[in-house]
Design a protein around this ligand. Sequence first.
Ligand code: OXD
Ligand code: MN
Ligand code: MN
Length: 470
Amino acid sequence: MRKRLERHVDWNIARRKAIVTPQWLRDSADSGQLLPCGKYAALGDLYQETAQNCPDDNTLDSSKKGPDSSTESHDEETQSFTHPAPKSDTGIRHDHRYACMRYAPLICPNQGLVEQIAILRRDRELEGLDMQALSYERAISVPFPFPITSDNIHEVSELPHIGKKIHSKIQEYIEHGEISECKSILNDARYQSLVDFTTVYGIGPSTARNLYASGLRTFEDLEKHYDVSPRTNDEIGQTSSPDYLKASPTTGLPQLSIKVGLALREEFSLQIPRSEVEEIHDAVINELKRIRSGCVSTIAGGYRRGKDKSNDIDIVISHKDLKSGGDQVKGLCAELVKRLYDKGLVTHVMHLSSFREHNALRTSHWDSLEKALTVFKLPHKKGQEHVHRRLDLIFAAPEVYWTAVVGWTGSRMFERDLKLWAKQEEEKKFDSSGITRRHDSKLYFPKSEQEVFELLHLEWIDPTLRNADL
Ligand code: OXD
Ligand code: MN
Ligand code: MN
């Protein structure tokens, strides 16, 4: 911040300097040359001055270069990002270091291996070892185009995000058809409890560890702890029990709590076939039309990436009128959810956020979006019994509709790298609620999904090739 800087340096002096973040130093040291300063400007206000006053390469005394940049880093997370890619590295390649520059189909030729690594990742995630979990997640996201065998495994070490440790696990898998650590993880009682606990909506790894630490081991233990008795379908969210129908103080609608998550866990664990995703979308849009005409929508998430079965349903909604659309969707989320609830389609609401103007500081992810995380159930039809499904509704102003669609299409690692790419290569900030230029917070207005990619100088990748997660 300018104020903070001025405690140390007079503003007029600061304007004659390049004021960069420490990353400029690291990246310059790694690449053995002084990099252009603009994108490392520490203060948006001094972007121009920083770019103009950047020292050039002649000032670098080559005899005083830092440590050899080829020294291997053992930190698998940072290893691939300490060497800035040449700017020309903008084509799709299976060994590109950014997931948003690689094709990742739903099923990869090394599915068995990937599933084993996913057990290691899950174990680290459950134990709160987030950096290790991320290393495995990154390794999973790199799609080696052929089955890995002893003949080609040397090529694997040249891939990004495959450090020594992961390489040795792959080697073990190639030799023995399995990774021994995975076997012991799967047999570990603590792992099994933590996996079970985190299948309950609302329980994350840290809560699960606390529950385990207080002596709970099974779903029955959880039910006792949360005072939930197993119920039949009809009792949940439909009838008398005040626990399940406790209204949220902000929305006035029944809230999806851990209790409800626990009671509905078996239903939530059932995956949703594409035909039902479409049926739920149609039911939602049918009600939407009755309160607002001219809306547009896209089913995002796993469905859009081509998955046969999804874990939940993600629908992004906007208005086709580019001028008045922002106003037309403002407040619509709460209105629609209320209507769906009155019609008996939405049974619980986990979260209902309100619309705010785009906020350049981006203190929250949801500035120009409204979202509702809900539980939805299709009405019974001709003896057909439906189960409760998780439904996320995202309302976006027209100027951020396509970034919302990209942001909610996933996969997780694809999104993560999209943000990283925008930041590190494009001096922009990307998230579901918009693309902004970092130095002056200018907001872009892509009019199609293709334009989102073009704005970020990325090649188009079909949603079905964005499956960088398992
Ligand atoms: C899902 C997904 O399956 O978004 O719901 O991947
Ligand atoms: Mn989803
Ligand atoms: Mn979702």
